[in-house]
Design a protein around this ligand. Structure first.
Ligand code: C2E
Ligand code: CA
Ligand code: CA
Length: 485
């Protein structure tokens, strides 16, 4: 949000003129979690929005300066329909107006338990001054002994707290597993967002910049968990690249992937990312053969078969088995050489690597054309998941895609899942795997590995003493298996 608002401020966007509104519209489109961008007056009143219309009457519940960010204030807002939103507001130049971006407060909170039922603990997020950003669930009674987990952002003062009555954990619901997921997930999302506040360097030649960043090892993997929405178990993760600059700034792939592709640097970047994942997560993933790790592969990487040897070399020296590797090719990239691409895909499949089509439903190639490549998995794009319950046509498209995938014995993964209704609906359709902020945002390596340990603990050699918690976990596991059976 901050990167986006800084971009608008740098362009002097502070009016309701058509040019400014168009710039806001583009910015809101490029930054998916943002629901609305507005020009606001000195008291925070909305003057106009990227959509032309505001999302409705809004009530500013609280407003405070954002610690560590001179130009910013943070508002907690209630929409007419009661939905709580977080708004970041930035001054633009010396004028009275500013720009503001809205995201649902719910994105900061866990919605789903480890069994795929609604979240069953209590979670609360507050600002430095103690203003509630959001909460979910019911606070355990004072008399009950509860597990409490707390995390505070030293830099920005946000505070996240989760609690759950001890009885509920012992009963084997396994929600405790999600506490860790939420605590790390939400905090990482907040810290990740705010680390973009760091000052930026002066831009030089962008391709040279990417090249030296690659040499300096500044492209690092983040991991977004993929979850089994029937059992609540972790199925793996998608690796999403982040550019972590020397000054701590975190840059999202939207800002550099296109250039990396057109300059040819994408091949080395992708290889480097795979090596880093092997070094960082190899042991944990290798020890759990059911976990799969997906990498985004630019379409043109498939037109040269020598990439198969690269991938073979990287993973043959790692505990990660080929059968745990998934390569995602996006439907958005036009396929330059169909025959070569198909051969490369077949060669990967010969190793045991699986291929997914990404962003299904949004590309220009046409799905039937893509399916001729012989892929194993389709990933349903966020725009269809967003439309669930809103747009009948999109819902029909999802149903059709799922039927098609099942007939062709392909797996389906739903992307960009943000709320519990979507989880319910996807489950009804028979979709097994999903990823999205409702479970966790992309996490840095350390947080992802903690999550893997918490959700999928390895059996300890020898007779480990059975603690209450381990017992609860075993119970939870048993009940998952029973319900699956
Ligand atoms: P993608 O492959 O479709 O990845 C999913 C994007 O959706 C990610 O954005 C992720 O952070 C975001 N996302 C996940 N869950 C949610 C949700 O619940 N709601 C919303 N609103 N968004 C969600 P990100 O990380 O910015 O990546 C953007 C794109 O950049 C990726 O889209 C992918 O096409 C590309 N990319 C990322 N890493 C690589 C890479 O290593 N190589 C290549 N070639 N492309 C990459
Ligand atoms: Ca992807
Ligand atoms: Ca995608």
């Amino acid at each position: 949000m901050i990167a986006t608002l800084d971009g608008l401020a740098a362009r002097g966007v502070d009016s309701c003129q058509p040019n400014d509104v168009e710039a806001m519209r583009q910015a809101a489109f490029d930054t998916t979690p943002i629901k609305e961008i507005a020009v606001v007056g000195p008291d925070g009143q909305t003057l106009c929005t990227d959509l032309g219309l505001p999302l409705g009457q809004r009530n500013i519940v609280a407003s405070e300066p954002l610690a560590g960010a001179n130009w910013y204030s943070l508002d907690v807002i209630q929409l007419e329909n009661g939905q709580p939103m977080v708004r970041l507001r930035r001054k633009v130049g010396a004028g009275p107006n500013g720009v503001a971006a809205l995201v649902p407060a719910m994105l900061f909170l866990p919605q789903v338990s480890s069994h795929g039922s609604p979240f069953n603990a209590y979670a609360h997020i507050a600002t430095t001054n103690g203003t509630t950003i959001g909460n979910i669930g019911t606070l355990p009674e004072a008399a009950e002994t509860a597990f409490v987990a707390n995390a505070k952002s030293e830099k920005f003062g946000f505070n996240a707290e989760i609690s759950m009555p001890r009885g509920r954990v012992i009963a084997g619901h396994g929600e405790l597993q999600w506490l860790g997921l939420f605590a790390t997930g939400a905090m990482v999302m907040i810290l990740g967002t705010f680390s973009m506040l760091m000052p930026r360097g002066t831009p030089g030649n962008p391709v040279t910049e990417i090249e030296s960043a690659l040499k300096a090892g500044e492209f690092v993997p983040y991991y977004q968990p993929i979850v089994d929405i029937r059992s609540g178990q972790l199925r793996g993760a998608e690796v999403l690249v982040r550019w972590r600059k020397a000054d701590g700034t975190l840059v999202l792939p939207g800002a550099f992937i296109t250039l990396a592709e057109s300059s040819g640097l994408i091949r080395e970047m992708t290889r480097d990312l795979m090596r880093r994942v092997c070094a960082e997560a190899g042991r944990a993933v290798g020890a759990r053969p059911a976990l799969k790790i997906s990498f985004n592969f630019a379409g043109k990487l498939f037109s040269d078969e020598t990439i198969v040897q690269d991938v073979r070399k990287i993973f043959s020296g790692s505990p990660i088995k080929f059968s745990q590797v998934v390569l995602e090719v996006t439907e958005r990239d036009p396929i330059e050489n169909f025959t070569a691409t198909r051969q490369t895909i077949a060669a990967f499949q010969g190793l045991g690597v699986r291929i997914a089509i990404d962003d299904v439903g949004t590309g220009h190639s046409g799905l039937s054309y893509m399916l001729k490549l012989g892929v194993d998995i389709i990933k349903i794009d966020k725009i269809f998941v967003d439309a669930i319950g809103i747009d009948r046509n999109s819902t029909t498209i999802v149903e059709t895609l799922v039927d098609l995938a099942h007939n062709m014995r392909m797996d389906v993964v739903a992307e960009g899942v943000e709320n519990f209704e979507q989880v319910m609906y996807l489950r009804e359709l028979g979709i097994r795997s999903a990823q999205g902020y409702v479970f966790a945002p992309p996490l840095p390596g350390k947080a992802f590995l903690q999550l893997v340990e918490a959700l999928d603990p390895l059996p300890v050699a020898g007779a480990a003493p059975k603690t209450e918690l381990a017992g609860a976990q075993a119970d939870a596991q048993a009940s998952v298996q029973a319900s699956a059976a």
